[in-house]
Design a protein around this ligand. Sequence first.
Ligand code: UD1
Length: 419
Amino acid sequence: MDKLIIQGGAKLHGDIRISGAKNAALPILAATLLADGPVTIGNVPHLHDITTTMELLGQMGLELTVDEKMNIEVDASTIREFFAPYELVRTMRASILVLGPLLTRFGRADVSLPGGCAIGSRPVNLHLQGLAAMGADLTVDGGYIRASAKRLKGVDLVMDLVTVTGTENLMMAATLAKGVTVIRNAAREPEVVDLANCLISMGARIEGAGTDTVRIEGVDSLSGTTYEILPDRIETGTYLVAAAMTGGNVRLKNTRPELLEAVLAKLNEAGAAITTGENWIEIGMNGQRPRAVSIHTSPYPGFPTDMQAQFTALNCIAEGTGVITESVFENRFMHVLELQRMGAQVKVEGNTAITTGVDYLKSAPLMATDLRASASLVLAGLVARGATEVDRIYHIDRGYETIEEKLSNLGAHIRRVPS
Ligand code: UD1
């Protein structure tokens, strides 16, 4: 297991390239199960969760070929198993995304139920309810969802809650169902739209992705395609916060500013000067300390829960008091205990974290608990006095491609060592 050692104090300067979005690549890899011919996916980030998904598909018998640029070709014609084992699902909850495609194309699936995780209980009841309404026969037995169906049928679904992977699973299931499926109160995240666009390029008939009502007209089969994953808005946002916290000046390339409106608005409020072009964002702090901001997380286009921990870290060293309310997940303040060990003044009351900025944080040995929490600890390390050690960084490797190289390119003093 590796850890990161960060010597705080360097202002970040320079350019970096943003990777493809993990949360779009995962459902799109699952969608390859739907295609009659090979699917080639470009701009795939080199991340642990991607390797886990490839392992999952490989174990089912799919043929995967990767070139040196991480273009992945997947051929589902060699499938021999319809099974997602606990060992893989427990390390990556997004494995549940194979359920809809397996069921709709092959009529059967045995997928382990994901357990709880560090940020809350995270049930998948809405995925299952939707599939049952489409005619699937589902039982839970020995920790596994055992699902079978003849041909799924199109239905009108009203989702109780906005769920990203739930919308994706049901949208994929509906592509090969008989008739029309309408998903109401659907997630509007850009990654849902990216998946829809990929499915459309395979021949699916989908309208309304990116709105709260998605309409899918089932077709008899889908074909192979070539598709480029959209840029990662959460990786983009994380480096923007890193620049703001260190008082630096950074330009992020290969990204999409329009996917980050809520995040850019909060950075503006914190005092950052932001300029954008079609596929780049530049941020500068003009030597100013950031001002604390108040945030309420909500589904897209609201402020993303996946950026909450990073802004909590920013507030810890900002001027003034900030109130951060987490409304998507029930237990997403694990990073606060670690930040407090660095001298941060944060009070958590229920789902709200109230921060009073301090002049500086002090380094401490830290433990990463989940993906975005870990990112916030790295950000805190960048501005802390002394050398901060962040342990258990396999969480970071699940979602940030070569984080130490990218930060080093911007002038940070950061290295990876075995722990
Ligand atoms: C996805 C993202 C994750 C992000 C989250 C919210 C991927 C691979 N992961 O996770 O990075 O933090 O969206 O933007 O895209 N819920 C239920 N029942 C369900 C499904 C969800 O109660 O069947 C609840 C969850 O517990 C949570 C809320 O709905 O409180 C939203 O979760 P959801 O959007 O499903 O998150 P994920 O799709 O797992």
